[in-house]
Ligand binder design. Structure first.
Ligand SMILES: *[C@@H]1O[C@H](CO)[C@@H](O)[C@H](O)[C@H]1NC(C)=O
Length: 572
């Protein structure tokens, strides 16, 4: 889950932007959801490989821990449903809900939580949520006061609807998804093809402000491509594919991407390069786009490989003494001349970066197998192990040189993230600086902005974010090493101990290094859709969402792998 820029600023631009845009935009096309009532695109289709039987024993559930996570979900959901059913956001201390726009909610929390309920088999909660969708959800919301973010709406609401559709086969969700996508689509009508960062869903217009975060523009693809495949409407596919082409063309010689782009001409604007906010899920979705279409689009493999090479060279670093791995950021300019070629390093790592360890491990075991292992796969009868991936954990001989490099870095970076959990609460802060902490010499990092003995900084908080649990889930599935379950359980217990409210719900912890914890009045929707889902999956039997059959969108909504029937235009 990758997010958050300055929403206040966007709010201001909203009003001005709409006025300007209405003037220039022709009447938008409207396709009703009923236009897609065609048969033949049933959900639940997954790509069958010749041989799915594995000689590797399945990872069994840890039932008591799995059920404890389910109980936590119920504690979080029931408080929301009691105090704020239908509201976009939930404030569990003051027991109230708020909406993103004064014109009413768009199902942010409810839709985000549907698939977790389906996976956890929470029938009562699911019925309540799906009935709310059926009776109350509408995207006919103005949002003029505070525009709807194109990316957030896509990953949470469109992604949530698509996963709910896939898991339940209830066509209602596909109809809603189609309606929402049609309202978002005009945002792609820019000179460059990069989307506007905000959209007015009621008026069906994008808000032209000239600038978009790189990760926001490049983290819509899994959702729109799956919808295109399900509906047969190629426009969804081609609009998001075009974005990848524009970014690929603009990228820097080091194969990395600055976090800000100009949506008029498709160029990068002077801005940081990082794996944290506004950069992260660009890299995540390169691998996932390749996996989503059953490895049929080598262009994304090329982009992914190039980007990882750049990350190894420019961003991955180790602390001097204990060799803790982390990623740094590049700050543009300084040396004069072209900002694109002159960078300085900042040893700052967002919690968001913790998706990277698991992603590298997943990439190593899917797209970087050794040549002989790939051939063995094509002829299962000759193979020692007929399942579709390497051993668990992989033997290094099964991986290519790049695969070994990425696997090792993934493991080390995840270890590095676990270092940032060595705090008074066991939670990791929003931002860690990998520079020695004068107050705590045994730690080779410190919380950004916090001084020993001083007040906690803004970045000392833990907002119930999922990234470490996401990587732990992947690491557990790929290795079967119980240490990853232990870490996940440690994080879960920290949440239970410090973020749980006796009256229902969970709240943001303001300073991970102070106990007893002080709390902020917010239960983020991604706690229900991501953090608790990844924890649940870590303790569930591995037949729940096998990794070979699914990609998770950046909000943890699982989408099935498919062989595309639409012919891609962006190819090698
Ligand atoms: C938020 O929107 C929902 C409709 O989706 C409505 O039921 C609710 O009353 C709104 N809440 C607030 C606080 O305005």
């Amino acid at each position: 889950m990758r997010r958050r820029t300055s929403l206040q600023l966007i709010g201001l631009l909203c009003v001005v932007g709409i006025a300007a845009h209405l003037y220039f935009t022709p009447a938008s096309r409207y396709r009703s959801p009923a236009d897609f009532e065609e048969p033949g695109f049933g959900s639940g289709e997954i790509v069958e490989e010749e041989e799915r039987e594995s000689t590797i024993p399945r990872l069994p559930a840890d039932k008591p821990k799995r059920d404890a996570v389910v109980a936590a979900f119920k504690h979080a959901w029931s408080a929301y449903a009691r105090d704020a059913m239908g509201a976009d956001e939930y404030h569990p201390i003051s027991h109230r809900g708020t909406n993103l726009s004064r014109s009413g909610g768009i199902g942010y929390t409810v839709v985000d939580a549907l698939d977790t309920m389906l996976l956890m088999r929470l029938d009562k909660e699911y019925t309540q949520a799906s009935e709310w969708v059926r009776n109350s959800l509408t995207f006919d919301r103005d949002g003029r006061d505070r525009c709807f973010n194109t990316f957030e709406t896509t990953i949470r609401v469109l992604g949530g609807l698509l996963s709910a559709y896939h898991l339940s086969s209830d066509k209602m969700y596909l109809n809603y998804a189609t309606d929402l996508a049609d309202r978002l689509l005009p945002s792609f009508n820019t000179p460059s093809g990069l989307p506007h960062s905000s959209t007015n869903l009621q008026l069906r217009v994008g808000i032209p402000d000239g600038s978009v975060s790189t990760a926001e523009a490049t983290t819509l693809q899994l959702e729109f491509r799956y919808l295109a495949e399900q509906t047969g409407n190629k426009e969804y596919w081609y609009k998001v594919e075009k974005v990848m082409q524009v970014v690929d063309k603009a990228k820097l010689p080091n194969n990395l991407v600055p976090i800000s782009m100009n949506s008029n001409d498709g160029s990068f604007t002077p801005s940081e390069i990082r794996l944290g906010s506004r950069g992260d899920s660009y890299y995540e979705y390169l691998l996932k786009q390749y996996l989503q279409t059953a490895r049929t689009e080598p262009v994304y493999l090329r982009m992914y490989q190039d980007a990882m090479a750049g990350i190894h060279k420019e961003l991955i670093r180790q602390t001097p003494k204990r060799k803790v791995w982390y990623t740094a950021e590049l700050i543009p300019g300084g040396g004069g001349g072209d900002w694109r070629t002159s960078w300085s390093l900042q040893h700052k790592q967002d919690h968001l970066v913790c998706f990277l360890g698991g992603s590298l491990m997943l990439g190593a075991t899917t797209v970087h197998l050794a040549e002989h292992h790939r051939q063995a796969k094509r002829a299962p009868a000759l193979s020692r192990s007929p399942h579709s991936g390497p051993s668990r954990p992989p033997h290094m001989s099964e991986l290519s040189e790049i695969g070994k490099r990425d696997w090792n870095a993934g493991v080390k970076l995840l270890d590095g993230c676990m270092e940032t959990h060595k705090t008074a609460t066991g939670m990791s802060p929003e931002i860690a600086m990998f520079l020695p902490d004068p107050g705590q010499p045994e730690r080779e990092w410190h919380i950004k902005g916090s001084k020993p003995g001083g007040p906690a900084s803004y970045d000392a908080r833990y907002m119930l974010r999922p990234e470490t649990t996401e990587s732990l889930f992947l690491a557990w599935r790929l290795t079967g090493d119980p240490k990853y379950r232990d870490h996940a359980w440690g994080i879960f217990q920290a949440i239970e101990q410090h973020a749980k409210l006796p009256g229902g719900g969970y709240a943001t912890v303001l300073d991970v290094d102070t106990v007893p914890a002080r709390l902020d009045d917010k239960q983020e929707t991604f706690f229900l859709s991501e953090t608790l889902k990844y924890l649940y999956l870590t303790f569930a039997d591995e037949s729940v969402l096998p990794l070979e059959d699914y990609v998770f969108n950046t909000e943890a909504h699982p989408l099935p792998v498919f062989k595309p029937t639409i012919k891609p235009r962006f190819t090698l």
